[in-house]
Design a protein around this ligand. Structure first.
Ligand SMILES: O=C(O)CCC(=O)C(=O)O
Ligand SMILES: [Fe+2]
Length: 238
């Protein structure tokens, strides 16, 4: 396996075969999901850290290639490649995921408002989350939880997923695809890919994401202050 990306274009960062390892968890109930560790080569960590976008506010924002270095852009190219999406989709019982428009959003920082329990919106068919944090403190804060219901953050389907480098989850959006995490404030690097029902939804969500970024630039401090008191079992619609 190639573990350096001194010439990024040469080496692949993702390898769909890693999703077929026996330690990868795939479940169809209560909703279809996949949890896989070690999906990124250790040798690419420095380049992916260096090339990660430097946002000024907390939350997920639409991917803008100009704000990322080449290793991150290469990784996103691979994550959104139709063949990769088809491979993931097949494991979750979704046909032709690779034909769906993909929307990439990236998060570098969170505030305590984030992570409230939700399912994701109906315009998403499936959502992937790839974590890129070199390490994570020994705490549940900020660890992703797949949940059995909308009102209890401690009713876990499976043990929580630490957001460390190379951990990767994908789930099929459903009316019961509840997920969330305990409040965390500070750096938490994630790339999210959502495969959507239509191009129209992609345009709409991208515009909304850009607007939200602008708003947070202006009102980031308020966003942080209002989030600080969030209840651990809080939910938000979709
Ligand atoms: O960052 C995560 O682990 C989850 C994010 C999420 O669920 C979302 O943005 O819809
Ligand atoms: Fe979500």
């Amino acid at each position: 396996m190639v573990t350096t990306i001194d010439s990024p274009a040469a080496a692949h960062l993702l390898d769909p075969a890693r999703l077929d390892r026996p330690d990868v968890v795939v479940r169809q109930e209560p909703f279809a999901f996949l949890i896989a560790g070690a999906q990124l080569p250790a040798g690419a960590a420095d380049a992916l850290e260096r090339d990660f976008p430097r946002y000024g506010s907390a939350g997920f924002f639409p991917w803008e290639p100009d704000e990322c270095g080449p290793a991150i852009n290469q990784l996103i190219g691979e994550l959104t490649a139709p063949a990769f999406a088809d491979h993931v989709g097949a494991r979750l019982g979704i046909a032709d995921l690779g034909t769906r428009p993909s929307l990439v959003t990236i998060c570098r920082y969170l505030n305590r408002r984030h992570g409230t329990i939700h399912t994701d919106s109906r315009s998403k068919i499936a959502t992937a989350l790839l974590y890129l944090n070199p390490d994570w403190p020994d705490t549940s804060e900020g660890c992703l939880r797949f949940l059995n219901g909308i009102d209890d953050i401690d009713d876990l389907v499976l043990p929580e997923v630490r957001p460390v480098y190379g951990n990767f989850v994908v789930f099929r959006r459903a009316d019961n695809s509840f997920h969330g995490h305990l409040p965390h404030e500070g750096e938490r690097r994630v790339i999210q890919v959502a495969w959507l029902t239509s191009e129209k939804e992609k345009t709409r969500k991208t515009q909304r994401g850009r607007f939200s970024r602008l708003l947070k630039r202006l009102l980031g401090k308020l966003d942080r202050r209002f989030g600080a008191e969030r209840d651990r079992n809080a939910a938000h619609p979709r």
